[in-house]
Write a protein that binds this ligand. Structure first.
Ligand code: 7RM
Length: 652
């Protein structure tokens, strides 16, 4: 590996190359002007962009309505359609340009021009309408990472239906919970998907989910993706290809208020129940659109590849909406990074001439570990910008990305944001900002952040860190939690007062004003860039008949970022030896069934009891250091049961 630890100091800076700066759409001067404009009048700054960057059916008059703060509304009296902005707008100028270039894991290839994509979206939109789905109805999309997932999202947007994409790695139970919470009437799924050489049976999971309830679903549209046999329920289930036959190729967009919900996306928080984060049409699309230009310097000749699955917010904003609103060519790969070997991503970059590559630190670390020979045997000369998202990137991985993939020449944008923020909030502007390995640098223009201490008092420059908050509303902010506005207000707007959005991350700002995200401060885990609640895993464990109680914590993991460790108290005696091994497997599988494979604990430790304070609170800090294998130095005298520490730390 090409990095040496001596280089990895936080003070090392990487200015963009002269060549990049010269062709970049935003240089340091331009960025300074943007900051002045945004600092001077942030509402006016966003309003001007909204007028320039989006196509409106009727122009808005009021940019920001804060009369119901913190339920802010942006551009609410304007009307538009997201799918019109992503597709129709480009037909005259880019109708024959490739919108989507697709490859599956077994190697099938497919492309869509903007005109073809528009046609497929219109046909599906008409088909969905013919099933009785209308504006404001919820459609759950449970599809693999394929062009059809984008088509389905865009078709919903076209008719004003609210989509809720459920990641194909989630289990039947998770799917059922999300369908029920959203009250969805239509489910769009596929026969299956091939990943790591084996087939994921999506339709089977969908059937299980519907069997167990979800009475609101009237129809299921099934995409033929793997040719695996599936059961089709007469009167309910319809094949995608049959349904689309003969559908008109035009579908008038539904012109909706900018505040009309574009989608829900369920994400984990600090309780067992995922939250349906609700995003708007106009504000969301605005930040999605402009961040592609600012952060990725997106141009007409780019081939943009964000490797995130469409089931996560990154896939929504940087596969579906942002790049298409900009008329870009989007790469989509349905498969695992290591198939057939660790060269797959680099081969795709070579074969399709990818120019912008955006992935997660967990993938970078895994690819780094596989060795330099893989990237070195492919032509990566078309790449001009690299990005990272999902968790803090460690300087070693950053340096490898920079040197081996970027040949020391490409800018790296480390982009910090969340499901709730809708789009990138902090990131280098690649032609304007020197980067530092591991820092997301600064907030984007129009985004105002602050670091506060426990009491909510702002901490000053050069601080040792604190809680990250966002001070002013921004267009793509989450509007509410579907069906639970009190929870929205409580989760995001109470801890530090009604004018500080609570991010849930801790952060440090260095002497140069660079921000370094340190990680979550709540009970949220980040496993391979996937967001999971400790309580969610605990409630899955708790639903197993043998489990009395459990506590789940994260432990640092070299590749995944965090690994899941579960401390479990059984209803019966504490198992040991083979019995413990067998039960561990059972519980891991059970969690896999309840949530999905990504949530399976890496380690399960059985114990007679959990370490609790006299007021009954589980001492998570203690469990975290035990899980790491640290010697316990914490004061355990406040524990109800101090003797348990020995058993937890040195399991039989
Ligand atoms: C986009 C996404 C959000 C959480 C967030 C952070 C962590 C994301 C970075 C990061 C450090 C980054 N949405 N996070 N990006 N931490 N540097 N560049 O991941 O809702 O799934 O997760 O992810 O903790 O709060 S998410």
């Amino acid at each position: 590996m090409s990095d040496s630890p001596s280089l990895l100091t936080a003070s090392r800076r990487f200015p963009p190359s002269r060549a990049f700066v010269e062709s970049a759409s935003i240089n340091a001067t331009r960025l300074a002007e943007m900051r002045v404009a945004a600092d001077d009048d942030y509402v006016g700054f966003w309003a001007k962009l909204a007028r320039e960057q989006l196509a409106w059916k009727t122009e808005f008059i009021t940019a920001l309505d804060d009369s119901n703060a913190p339920n802010f509304r942006w551009f609410a009296d304007g009307t538009l359609n997201a799918s019109f902005n992503c597709l129709d707008l480009h037909l005259a100028t880019r109708g024959d340009k490739l919108a989507i270039v697709f490859e599956s894991e077994p190697g099938a290839r497919r492309t869509y021009t903007y005109r073809q994509l528009h046609r497929e979206v219109c046909k599906l939109a008409n088909a969905i309408k013919s099933l009785g789905v209308g504006c404001g109805d919820r459609v759950v999309i449970y599809l693999p990472h394929t062009p059809e997932a984008i088509i389905a999202m865009q078709a919903c947007a076209r008719i004003g239906a609210i989509h809720s994409v459920v990641f194909a790695g989630f289990s039947a139970t998770s799917l059922k919970d999300r369908i029920e919470d959203a009250g969805a009437t239509l489910l769009i799924t596929a026969d299956g998907s091939v990943r790591n050489g084996s087939s994921i049976e999506l339709k089977r999971a969908a059937d299980d989910a519907l069997q167990a309830g979800s009475g609101s679903i009237k129809n299921v549209i099934v995409l033929r993706n793997t040719e695996r046999p599936v059961d089709m329920k007469a009167g309910r289930d319809l094949w995608w290809h049959e349904l689309l036959e003969g559908q008109p190729e035009h579908c008038e967009p539904e012109w909706v208020s900018a505040e009309h919900p574009l989608f829900l996306l369920y994400t984990s928080g600090s309780t067992g129940k995922p939250k349906g984060i609700q995003h708007s049409t106009g504000g969301y699309l605005l930040n999605a659109t402009v961040t592609c230009q600012w952060v990725f310097d997106l141009r007409d000749d780019d081939v943009f590849w964000c490797t995130a699955d469409v089931g996560w917010i990154t896939g929504h904003t940087y596969v579906c909406y942002g790049p298409l609103a900009n008329g870009a060519t989007v790469m989509i790969y349905e498969g695992a990074p290591m198939v057939p070997d660790a060269g797959r991503f680099w081969k795709i970059c070579q074969d399709y001439g990818v120019t912008i590559f955006y992935t997660a630190p967990t993938a970078i670390r895994a690819l780094m570990r596989a060795g330099d020979a893989f990237p070195k045997s492919y032509d990566l000369s078309k790449l001009r910008l690299l990005g990272s998202v999902g968790e803090p990137i460690n300087p070693e991985a950053w340096m490898w990305y920079h040197e081996v993939i970027g040949k020391g020449r490409l800018p790296i944008v480390d982009t910090w944001w969340q499901t709730e923020t809708g789009a990138i909030m902090m990131s280098p502007i690649p032609g304007a900002i020197d980067t530092k390995p591991g820092s997301c640098t600064h907030p984007l223009p129009g985004i105002f952040v602050e670091i506060v201490d426990e009491a909510g008092t702002p901490v000053t420059e050069n601080s040792t860190g604190g809680y990250l908050v966002i001070r002013k509303p921004w267009p793509s902010m989450a509007r509410t939690i579907w069906g639970d506005n009190p929870r929205y207000i409580k989760t995001y707007w109470e801890q530090f007062g009604p004018d500080r959005y609570v991010v849930g991350d801790s952060v440090h700002r260095d002497e140069d004003g660079y921000y370094w995200i340190l990680g979550r401060v709540d009970d949220v885990l980040n496993v391979s860039g996937h967001r999971l609640g400790t309580m969610e895993v605990e409630s899955a464990l708790g639903s197993h008949a043998a489990v009395a109680e459990s506590a789940v914590v994260g432990r640092p993991h070299e590749i995944k970022g965090e690994a899941i460790v579960a401390f479990v108290v059984l209803r019966g005696d504490r198992p040991t030896g083979e019995q413990a091994t067998a039960l561990s497997k059972q519980l891991r599988d059970h969690v896999g069934m309840q949530i999905g494979a990504i949530a399976k604990p890496d380690e399960i430790r059985f114990t007679d009891s959990l370490p609790k304070t006299r007021s009954g609170k589980i001492m998570r800090r203690l469990l975290r250091s035990i899980a790491k294998g640290e010697t316990v130095t914490q004061d355990v005298s406040t524990l109800e049961n101090p003797n348990i520490v020995e058993q937890l730390a040195y399991p039989a």
